[in-house]
Design a protein around this ligand. Structure first.
Ligand SMILES: [Zn+2]
Length: 344
């Protein structure tokens, strides 16, 4: 159910390095991205469609099908002599059905000759959360759908305007540059940038520094640099010219100690490679607003192996997008792999 990736087909006015060379997609929760779950039900054609309203009232009272409010009880069948079919009940509502018949399904209270031959059908067990799920569900049985229009646009890779993409491009380019600087120092080629989207200001730029300390992944470095920008922080990365931070212009530094656990509130992170579990949890704790990463990673915790950002039992959730400058970020990883093979 993950959206198809658009392949870039080139452009007469864009360049291979421009912001039209990549597409950004949201990384959804399992509930939003999984295939439609189905449950078995009995349905039957309506002989006289003028009786449909009354039959639906009677069926709803006999078999309320609770928990399935998203299911439309009746569907239209094109080209059939009996153009309407209704759901009678779930298979679990009539578990001991040896011979399927209307009489055994509707023991009393409903006019049995109002229906044609009953049949089994699979219907969506849960309300669709995305347009792809809605379209897949509709192939089985019609459902209602409360569409999140922004999500639909995001799934088409069209959420961000050209000026927004140009800014995102510039931020990720800074992360790529930082990754290369770190790589030249023998670190893993991963770079990260934290931005305040309300002011469009870069707050911190960092790169992997685990040559110094095993926990100094680029995201950890960047979060610590944000903390330093607020007058706190645990480490010094002053020896690395590319690891920088910018103190906020407002008077928020005065309140830094009390707001320290929420240092990244409202901020965006751009990171070349999908963060690991440790970094993803640090982003939860620091209350990041949104995360944009370039390329996925097999052990990644924001879409590949885990989806930490959508874990229901965590007390902070954030949006995650993938694909910003994907090619350049992939190249960093593959160059690193090549470098390692050379090293060994
Ligand atoms: Zn990490």
């Amino acid at each position: 159910m993950e959206p198809q990736r658009k392949r870039w087909k080139g452009s007469t006015y864009g360049s291979e390095c421009g912001s039209d060379s990549w597409t950004v997609y949201p990384v959804l929760s399992d509930e939003q991205s999984q295939d439609v779950e189905l449950v078995e039900a009995f349905a039957a054609p309506v002989v006289n469609k003028k009786e449909t309203s009354r039959l639906l009232r009677e069926l709803s009272s006999l078999y309320p099908m609770s928990g399935l409010q998203h299911i439309k009880r009746v569907r239209a069948v094109k080209g059939s002599p009996q153009p309407l079919e209704v759901l009678l009940c779930l298979v679990s509502d009539a578990p001991h059905m040896e011979i399927l018949s209307i009489d055994s399904l509707l023991p009393s209270g409903v006019k049995n000759d109002a229906f044609g031959e009953p049949f089994r059908v699979k219907i969506p067990a849960r309300p669709p959360l995305t347009r792809p799920q809605f379209e897949q569900a509709g192939k089985h049985w019609p459902t209602s759908f409360h569409e999140d229009k922004q999500l639909t646009v995001a799934l088409r890779g069209e959420l961000f305007s050209a000026p927004q993409k140009a800014r995102m491009h510039a931020y990720m380019m800074s992360a790529v540059t930082a990754a290369k600087a770190g790589s030249e120092l023998g670190m893993e080629a991963v770079g990260a940038v934290v931005v305040d989207p309300s002011t469009e200001k870069v707050i911190a730029v960092g790169h992997d520094s685990r040559g110094d300390h095993p926990l100094h992944h680029a995201v950890m470095v960047c979060i610590d640099l944000v903390a330093r920008s607020q007058g706190s922080g645990c480490y010094s990365f002053d020896q690395y010219a590319t690891c920088t931070f910018t103190p906020p212009a407002s008077d928020t530094s005065q309140s830094a100690p009390s707001s320290l656990p929420y240092i990244c509130t409202g901020y965006d992170l751009y990171v070349t490679r999908e963060p690991c579990v440790m970094c993803a949890m640090a982003l939860v704790h620091s209350r990041i607003g949104r995360v944009f990463y370039g390329t996925a990673c097999a052990d990644g915790a924001l879409g590949s192996k885990y989806k930490i950002h959508s874990q229901k039992d965590l007390n902070h959730h954030f949006e995650v997008y993938r694909g910003v400058l994907e090619k350049q970020c992939e190249d960093l990883t593959s160059q690193e792999g090549f470098q390692r093979r050379v090293d060994y």
